[in-house]
Design a protein around this ligand. Sequence first.
Ligand SMILES: [Zn+2]
Ligand SMILES: [Zn+2]
Length: 241
Amino acid sequence: MKRLFLDICFPARCLCCGKVLPFAHRNDFFCKRCAEKHLFRTGEHICSICGANVYNGNCLRCKEMKFSFSRSISALPYGCTRHTIHRFKYTGYDKKGIRLGHLMAYYLKTYHADLLLEVDAVTSVPLHPKKLRKRGFDQVRILAETVAEELNLPYMSNLLYRTRHTIAQSKLGGAARRSNLADAFAAVVPFPETAKGKTILLLDDIFTTGTTFEECTKVLLAAGVKEVIPFALATASPHED
Ligand SMILES: [Zn+2]
Ligand SMILES: [Zn+2]
């Protein structure tokens, strides 16, 4: 009854365009029109490192950056989810976060089942405690916990922490982003033995330049993790930056 009441007062919306979904389709991720656009990033015309659109091979950004991870995945193009992610981040709406987490788990199971077999645990890019106090919740943690639960994997919340407050990456250009995040993350000491030698799926909401993923990956590998596979809800193609 409570569920029905919530569904009527807060109808489910398309996670791309925000249109209210018909009641019978309230568990779908997208409205009919958006579903027809085949939004999930898959196929040969995406960069195998970051998921951006390419004709073939890897995009310029990944060729230039030389990441410490050899593969990463993103479920959707950023342009489509821009408004949903923004609303989720700044309005503190948990239900939306959980649906986005379900979407990420679905994407992984459907398009990367082989990769999933290699993953031992899930973790997330940490939020600075100051930001957490201000916002009241950690949006990436909600995504990561939902993904871990759906995939029956352990969620490790305590592998990384932020050493200092950083400026929002979205306010900076490429080079400034890198110096903004240099040494901004550290591994917890002592580092959990259960994470050493393991393959860890590292979640964030948006892959923009890859700097955040790169910094976190370096730290986790140095702490003894075998492989880090970054997984973003959405990726911005280099020209969208
Ligand atoms: Zn739609
Ligand atoms: Zn790329």
